[in-house]
Design a protein around this ligand. Structure first.
Ligand SMILES: [Zn+2]
Length: 289
């Protein structure tokens, strides 16, 4: 089953809802970063939320989301575009707690810190907005972020389930946002529908599609306006790391050359390795001066 996102307008266009299935890409992220179960859930929720947020913005925009709640997982960073491509890093992927048989995401993320969202509009500047982490459960934290930093009343549901082999077998989520002009009775109706829903990870585990999840929220009063495939993609290449090396000062490059060993650099996002020989370093140094 492929990963994808749908966007819908509901209740006469006064509510917008995004819903996503991310099972395959979160499993791919687990394989890349070797996350333990609670870390897989924390990172998976963040990846899902990031992809949905990316889809809220226009064509060329990219977002970088950084979250650190001072819990054992440390800093998680994601980078996402408006076309369903995400990548990310986890500082300490091998952490795990559970509580009453549930993955304790709030415990691994921690609740003493901030979410920072940097928008790169590809015009000139970047803009960063921030909000305090509330619980470390990710969904509550972004609900608060949308209310505080963007003044948009929202409801966020995110879930990741792992099997007995620690493989990710269900992941997804939704973000619902109330637009200006929504009626109080609409909001009450949505609140009641969401209260009556099963947890999002169970809905995905029950093979509910993103469309069916939206159906649960609106009971049919909506129109799907967009569908987008989702994937975990890293756009790194050797040239970029070469440019990185060329920013080192001559003394540092000199000592690498003197050491006489290949320099291996690993991409933080996809763990791909790039190797530079002493001759490569000499070339980088000579092109600098
Ligand atoms: Zn990479």
């Amino acid at each position: 089953m492929k990963d994808y996102l749908v966007k819908a307008y509901a209740f006469g266009g006064t509510v917008r809802i995004y819903s996503a299935r991310t099972t395959q890409l979160v499993e791919q992220a687990r394989n890349i970063h070797k996350t333990y179960p609670a870390a897989s859930a924390a990172f998976g929720r963040l990846l899902t939320n990031s992809l949905i947020m990316g889809a809220m913005y226009s064509e060329d925009q990219t977002l970088t989301i950084r979250i650190n709640g001072n819990g054992p997982i440390g800093t998680m960073i994601t980078s996402v575009d408006a076309h369903g491509h995400v990548k990310g890093t986890v500082e300490n992927p091998q952490v795990h707690y559970s509580y009453k048989d549930k993955l304790a995401v709030g415990m691994v993320v921690g609740n003493q810190g901030y979410i920072h969202v940097t928008k790169d509009l590809k015009i000139r500047d970047t803009f960063t907005s921030s909000a305090e982490i509330q619980t470390g459960e990710i969904a509550e934290d972004f609900t608060y972020y949308f209310a505080k930093s963007e003044q948009i009343p929202s409801s966020v549901g995110l879930g990741v389930l792992v099997d007995e082999n620690n493989k990710v077998f269900a992941s997804g989520g939704f973000i619902l946002q109330i637009m200006p002009g929504a009626k109080d009775e609409t909001i009450t109706k949505i609140e009641n529908n969401i209260k009556a829903m099963k947890p999002i990870s169970e809905l995905i585990n029950d093979c509910k599609t993103p469309e069916e999840i939206i159906e649960e929220i609106t009971k049919g009063d909506h129109e799907i306006v967009e569908e987008m495939p989702l994937s975990y993609v890293c756009d790194c290449n050797k040239e970029r790391f070469k440019n990185g090396l060329s920013t080192l000062d001559n003394g540092e490059l000199e000592s690498m050359i003197d050491d006489g060993e290949d320099i291996n650099i690993t991409c933080d996002f996809c763990k791909k390795q790039y190797s530079f020989t002493v001759d490569d370093i000499k070339e980088i140094k000579s092109n600098k001066s």
